[in-house]
Write a protein that binds this ligand. Structure first.
Ligand code: GLA
Length: 390
């Protein structure tokens, strides 16, 4: 990746000895979906797919940004950081630049080439990987460092404030602080976290990318965030000490059923139950009870499908297909939903047969083949040698 991006960097901006490189991984969330923005627990892993960028400082305040993925060149100025409708990928970069300008860390222009192999719009968080990659790169170019949580927070803020997606903190946190061979148990209310060794025995994770177009994802996403915020606001009128929905148990939430409309109640119920599932899942994982862990993945999917309503035919098809295979322990949609990837936990020895037969069935049903990615866990930026200052 590094060399491929460098070649394009040189092609567009010429050779320069001072250019620096950073990269950040995508993530897949094992369980704990759509609850990070309501103080829930999540369990992501970083994956061996990265967004990488080369850049060099300029002596003026101009920005020249090239994307290998979109084959687009964007030119702008630090003074004019405005939302770019024609260049969606640029907004993640400008958002990070804005955050670092606010902190008086960036006041220089730069030339940059960015690329990577995290598939876009697939629920593997290429956007957070891009934000975290750019934040790390600019910090290095500025010759400074920030504490890990500061980097994570500013990357998230870039997405909330500049891109306009009201995402939680899970993705940026994962890209920065996950560890290879582990899942990260993160309490999104307190940011307390711990690394849980990923002991799967004869099982492994496979991602099945639906390759479904998801053009309205950010508006659906923000709508879900608003709905659970509305549930919380109603509950807080009676119980102001509740800070997040995930603090409640099902019985407590039931107590507010009459004050919430049925859609809002179902959304809140998903949050409360999903949070409980994550904690159970971690216990199963630590005890090596992979089958029980897998059942929770199925339960999570059903909740996302029926209560949170963010699934789609393609994802449901893959989960139903998985249910019929005895080699599969569990499956569910992962990430924002409405398309993207399905995560499947299955026996290593069965991966090939499973892929072959799912491919045929999926093709028949949707007239296109899905894409398969075997999950290999990775270190987040903080633990990757090539990004740390020496
Ligand atoms: C997106 C957001 C995350 C999280 C997931 C759903 O990836 O960026 O903050 O809400 O969706 O779990």
């Amino acid at each position: 990746m590094r060399e491929e991006i460098k070649k394009e960097f040189v092609r567009h901006f010429g050779k320069t000895a001072e250019a620096v490189y950073a990269e950040a991984p995508g993530r897949t969330n094992l369980i704990g979906e759509h609850i990070d923005y309501q103080g829930g627990h999540v369990l992501p892993v970083a994956v061996e797919r990265v967004i990488g960028a080369w850049a060099v400082r300029r002596s003026d305040r101009c920005l020249r940004l090239y994307s290998l993925t979109y084959q687009q060149l964007f030119q702008g100025k630090l003074e004019e950081l405005t939302y770019q409708r024609q260049y969606p990928w640029v907004n993640y970069i400008l958002g990070v630049v804005e955050q670092l300008m606010k902190r008086e860390i960036v006041s220089f222009g730069f030339d940059l080439a960015v690329g990577g192999n995290v598939p876009v719009a697939s629920g593997l968080s290429s956007s957070a990987a891009l934000e975290v990659c750019i934040a790390s790169l600019l910090l290095r170019m500025a010759g400074t460092e920030l504490p890990p949580l500061e980097v994570v927070r500013l990357a998230r803020r870039a997405e909330n404030e500049f891109v306009g997606v009201n995402c939680g903190i899970m993705d940026q946190f994962s890209s920065y602080l996950c560890r290879k061979g582990h899942a990260l148990l993160l309490n999104c209310a307190t940011l307390k976290n711990r690394q849980v060794p990923l002991q799967l025995g004869q099982y492994c994770f496979l991602l099945v990318n639906t390759l479904k177009e998801r053009s309205l994802l950010s508006s659906f996403y923000n709508q879900r965030v608003e709905q659970v915020n509305a549930a919380l606001a109603t509950i807080q009128k009676k119980k102001p000490e509740v800070r997040y929905l995930a603090e409640l148990n099902v019985k407590e939430l039931e107590g507010f059923r009459d004050c919430l409309n049925s859609v809002i109640f179902r959304r809140a119920l998903h949050v409360v139950r999903e949070n409980e599932r994550v904690l159970k899942a971690v216990d199963f994982l630590q005890a090596g009870q992979v089958r029980e862990f897998g059942e929770l993945l199925y339960a999570s999917h059903e909740s996302l499908r029926d209560l949170y309503e963010i699934s789609c035919d393609e994802l449901d098809f893959i989960v139903d297909f998985s249910r019929r295979s005895s080699a599969v322990a569990g499956a569910r949609l992962t990430g924002g939903g409405f398309g993207g990837c399905c995560l499947v936990l299955l026996k290593k020895e069965a991966v090939k047969d499973f892929q072959d037969s799912l491919k045929q069935n999926y093709l028949q049903r949707f007239q296109r083949e899905p894409e398969f990615i075997e999950v290999e866990t990775a270190d987040g930026v903080y633990y990757r040698g090539n990004n740390r200052r020496t």
